[in-house]
Write a protein that binds this ligand. Structure first.
Ligand code: DSN
Length: 412
């Protein structure tokens, strides 16, 4: 970054500080990860200079032959990973991808069935403060109060009563396997479109470790920067019969020119996913989440649904007398990032909910394993128990830093 350092020392210095933070601190935010040096390199290329409105092979600007070659590669790799009939790799991020999906299939005012946000859903699945909740008439299902899991009979009952045009499955804070076939069956019974947002678990699905909705569902979206370990962005996959309406919704419906440097980086990440080493990584992500959840249970903590099948879990801190926001702030003091999270039917508001969400994709990219996960759970517990003791927190912070330095993040 010599040129950047010389030309813009202020921005250079913020980047250097963030590099140091990422190296010395522990990332347990379930939606974050560290990309490989190759993905990072592809992002910082001159492909950013090119306008390419339209699809690969059908552009509204000249000079796109090479960009076409890159985009076709990204599409082919993505289709191969998930067995998709059609793929669009241009969505800029998760919410714009979901906006394009709604635009492609339904009209403003149409009814859609999605999971409640405080039960693990996503803002773009119909929350009133989001475009989805403003434009479309969302009705919502929740998880079962006792099991913390989605109850398919309850989904069926609501679907039959409400007759939505579309059913959305796939969540941001749900730690269990999803019955995609069951959802598709219900969607068929009420003549609704089936839409899966697999942003969180896409990498685990890609590795063949969780069920894949792509063969069943009408349309599937995912971000590319979470368990897929690619650049920030998103993609949409669908049945061939919906290809035209999805492509038109992405452009010109939602977006202008695609971000070609990012799409090249998506292709690089897809290439990595197609290698056997990715399955090994994804297998360890799940093992790590299970080990850490198990350690928290041993330490007397409650976990929503009692455990995890994927890369994340929600710690319910209600009984510990610590709010989600407070927990986030205590952990920041010891160099650990997590995100506060609601628990199902949370009595507290989203700004200070009753839980935190913990995820293992990033720590696993650093090569941490079950032993480190159990140690981290113990350090978190110690920090919570000594939240007012600055000396103890400072000592734990040092331990976290030493652990992180033993497991470096991928670097150029
Ligand atoms: N903000 C993401 C997450 O943290 O889950 C979802 O978009």
């Amino acid at each position: 970054m010599k040129k950047l350092q010389k030309q813009d020392p202020q921005i250079y210095s913020t980047i250097k500080k963030e590099i140091k933070r990422q190296n010395e601190e522990l990332e347990l935010i379930a939606s974050e990860n560290y990309v490989s040096p190759a993905v990072l390199e592809a992002m910082g290329t001159v492909l950013t200079n090119k306008y390419s409105e339209g699809k690969a092979g059908h552009r509204y600007y000249g000079g796109n032959q090479i960009i076409d070659e890159m985009e076709f590669l990204a599409i082919e790799r993505l289709k191969k990973i998930f067995g998709a009939e059609h793929a669009n790799v241009q969505p800029l991020s998760g919410s714009p991808a979901n906006a394009a999906v709604y635009m492609a299939f339904i009209k403003p005012g149409d009814k859609v069935l999605g999971l409640k946000l405080d039960h693990g859903g996503h803002l773009s699945h119909g929350h009133p403060v989001n475009f989805s909740g403003m434009l479309y008439n969302f009705v919502q299902y929740g998880v079962n109060e006792k099991t913390g899991r989605i109850d398919m009979e309850e989904v069926r009952r609501i679907a039959k009563k409400e007759k939505p045009k579309m059913i959305v499955a796939g969540y941001s804070a749900y730690s269990r396997e999803i019955d995609w076939k069951g959802f598709k069956k219900i969607a068929d019974e009420v003549d609704a479109y089936s839409f899966a947002d697999i942003a969180h678990t896409a990498g685990l699905i890609a590795a063949g470790l969780m069920e894949n909705p792509v063969p069943y569902f009408d349309v599937v979206s995912t971000t590319t920067h979470k368990t897929l370990r690619g650049p920030r962005g998103a993609v949409i996959m669908c049945k061939e019969k919906f290809a035209k309406q999805i492509d038109r919704a992405v452009f010109p419906g939602m977006q202008g020119g695609p971000h070609n440097h990012i799409n090249a980086a998506k292709a690089v990440a897809f290439g990595e996913i197609l290698k056997p080493s990715f399955k090994k990584y994804a297998t360890q992500v799940i093992k790590n989440a299970k080990a850490m959840a198990d350690e928290f249970i041993k330490l007397g903590y409650k976990i929503v649904s009692g455990g995890t099948d994927n890369h994340l879990f929600i710690l319910n801190l209600g009984a510990k007398g610590i709010g989600g926001r407070e927990a986030e702030q205590i952990l920041e003091q010891i160099g650990i990032s997590v995100s506060r999270s609601t628990i199902p039917n949370d009595p507290n508001p989203p700004m200070n909910p009753s839980g935190i969400r913990i995820g293992t994709p990033a720590a696993t990219t650093r090569n941490m394993k079950e032993k480190e996960m159990r140690k981290i759970a113990k350090l978190i517990d110690e920090a919570f128990r000594n939240k007012a003791d600055k000396k103890v927190l400072a000592r734990i912070k040092k331990e976290v830093k030493n652990l992180c330095l033993k497991f470096p993040v991928p670097a150029k």
